[in-house]
Write a protein that binds this ligand. Sequence first.
Ligand code: URA
Length: 259
Amino acid sequence: MTTKSPETDLATELERFVKEQSSRFGDVISYVPAKKSMPEKTTPSVKSTTSVPSVELDLLADKLKVHNKEPWFKAKTLEALEAAIHDCQKCSLGATRIKFVFGVGDPHAKVMIIGEAPGADEDASGEPFVGRAGQLLNKMLAAVEFKREEVFIANILKSRPPNNRDPKPEEVAACEPYLWKQISLIQPKLILCLGRIAGTNLLKLNESLGKMRNQDYNFCGIPVVVTYHPAALMRNPDWKHGAWEDLKRLRKMYEELPA
Ligand code: URA
């Protein structure tokens, strides 16, 4: 008899959920049929908290201002930004990475997904979330009716930390202005942070993931939802119900965005 690993179970369940659209995200939420569980499409109210007033994007411009002497600062497109930073050697990860992992997706995405740092598969391919965690991320997105191509996916770090260790503060400090610049070019309406490291570093908080989930945060006026990292969900399938709730919250916020 073959024993399935929890991660195989979760991936299989998610796949079935997406394929059949009437199946399940996971056993614990089998009472929620996919179509019925999706947030209703509502007419956005004028006072929606999910709009991004341009004045708040000025906060982002302020954060970037100190980098105004750097060659990438004036980039007007994501392509120009990538061309300016892909050889970065500001931290020691520049010497150990195979590929710089800039990010991928729609340059006008309304939803930006932020993970922690590239792993081995991403380092080899140059694209974020292409390994097993990435496949699960695709299924999580599809479960709430987002295609991978319609969001933009990036990480706190653009280079792989050896052995997938946690990012060091000096690595985050060197790399995060690139992420801020990406955010300022894309101007997403919503951000989804995957895991504690993404959430705490973007939001500059020292909180547990448990505390950050279900909280209304914003990054320079852009609403932020923090949920589990897909790799953590593969290790802890019991958390999938919580992840599903977070993703439904994100989808509801998306439905309520002003047109
Ligand atoms: N984990 C991350 O946080 N990012 C990736 O790109 C891949 C795995």
